[in-house]
Design a binder for this molecule. Structure first.
Ligand code: SAJ
Length: 410
């Protein structure tokens, strides 16, 4: 029962760890030697609650190991990035590279699961790459030369991955019934949620649909926030009131939508059908327009001051995490350093120790403590609803120009 997990990132490594914990012999594969070395030493190269304990334990038991080369295994799980290329199309080259690594190791009967978030048809494409390299195999089931392909998208929330990986219901989409069944059996070893089996294309689309649903709902909130401001209405009160209706549940506006999922996946639907995806595309555009509107607001206030000091509170992509990738609030802080001719940005981000590399070489930005930054600032720009900001003493804000993009200090 050997499982190879290709790609040991935010999803691949937790998946490898819970499979090893469930008793499988798991070999993780990553192109980055430093990640491989870290994992073999029982360490995790990024922050995720509860993961390091499981990695350290399973490595010590000999159930989990990592290497750079794809091994021979009974099942393969592909968990590699699907970035954009061109006009928001999915770049499948990492999946193709993983498939090319798997192909020479196959001897018949193996299951290959695609976990990466992918546009409809990606699982079929992965199968095709492997079958082109190994034409002696077939997707016809129950033959000595059968191969089984399936898609199992993850739906875990960063920060809660180790809990949600085990507890969430899971969609499984086989290229054929037998492949779906084999995938279901493998995932039943660690997943206690319901395992819902369908075909690969539906599973691919289901994952995109979940994130597009959330994106459209947030875009609705963001559009309301823009309209409300022009109408002199408090959008947070408005939404709270509307949400009292038993069938209304509007999400919260903010400075934009970040992360690697909600702001990305809807584009894969748009890219699959540009003609009929108007609502989904417009939602993306509304959410992507928010950072510029926030910047305009800050600059209008800053232009009235001689040497404005702006405290930028929060640059993570959402509350209480240290993840700065695809973060609208980080982009806003960065743009401010360019636009403020005679001003300074004091970045307050309690979850990091130093500013990310994009800020290197800029002399009008500093990482600051919350109290100190607010005390010094003319303008306080709140962008992330981190807990320490929620608990902040509002008396200390009285003299400040406040721009509260999360409605935390109303
Ligand atoms: N956001 C708002 N208003 C809200 C909720 C969120 O502006 O009311 C913003 C956040 O600040 C953040 C962005 O949206 O910038 C995304 O945050 P999130 O918490 O909605 O989602 P992610 O990206 O951390 O994780 C999502 C989850 N998907 C859904 O909830 C449908 C998670 O379950 C998925 O596994 C994950 O995407 C993924 O990997 O696809």
């Amino acid at each position: 029962d050997t499982v190879a997990v290709i790609g040991l990132g935010y999803i691949g490594l937790p998946t490898a760890a819970v499979l090893a914990q469930a008793g499988k012999t798991v070999i993780g594969v990553d192109i980055k030697q430093s990640n491989v070395d870290a994992i073999n030493a029982g360490k995790v190269p990024f922050v995720e609650e509860g993961l390091e304990t499981v990695v350290a334990g399973t490595v010590a038991q000999g159930k989990l190991s990592a290497q750079t080369e794809t091994p021979v295994a009974d099942a393969y799980i592909v968990s590699v990035p699907t970035p954009f290329k061109g006009d928001h199309d999915a770049d499948l080259s990492y999946i193709e590279a993983a498939a090319a690594g798997i192909a020479p190791k196959l001897s018949g009967g193996e299951l290959v699961v695609l976990e990466s978030t992918s546009p409809p048809g990606a699982t079929e494409h992965m199968a095709q790459v492997i079958l082109e390299a190994r034409p002696e195999f077939t997707t016809e089931p129950n033959l000595p030369n059968s191969l089984y392909f399936s898609h199992a998208p993850e739906r875990v929330l960063p920060g809660r991955i180790m809990i949600e990986m085990v507890e969430n219901d899971r969609i499984i989409g086989g290229l054929g019934k037998e492949a779906g069944e084999l995938n279901r059996e493998l995932y039943a070893s660690f997943c206690h949620g319901e395992l819902l089996v369908t075909d690969a294309r539906t599973a691919e689309m289901a994952k995109l649909t979940e994130n597009a649903f959330r994106d459209v709902n947030i875009a609705f909130a963001n559009e309301l926030s823009i309209i409300s401001e022009r109408q002199g209405i408090d959008v947070w009160e408005l939404i709270a009131l509307a949400n009292h209706h038993p069938r209304v549940n509007i999400l919260q506006p903010g400075p934009g939508v970040g992360g690697h999922c909600i702001a990305v996946d809807p584009w894969f639907i748009v890219s699959a059908d540009r003609e009929y995806s108007n609502l989904i595309r417009t939602a993306r555009e509304v959410n992507d327009s928010k950072p510029e509107l926030v910047l305009d607001k800050v600059m209008k206030k800053a232009d009235k001051l001689k040497n404005p000091l702006v405290a930028a509170l929060g640059i993570a992509f959402k509350a209480n995490i240290d993840d700065l990738r695809e973060s609208p609030s980080k982009d806003i802080a960065l743009a401010l350093t360019d636009r403020l001719d005679h001003g300074t940005v004091l970045v307050v981000e309690p979850n990091i120790e130093e500013l990310p590399k994009e800020f290197a070489g800029k002399d009008n930005v500093q990482l600051a403590e919350l109290d100190d930054a607010v005390e010094r600032a003319d303008i306080v720009l709140l962008m992330v609803d981190h807990d320490p900001f929620k608990e902040f003493d509002r008396e200390k804000l009285r003299e400040k120009v406040l721009i509260d993009t999360k409605g935390l200090w109303r």
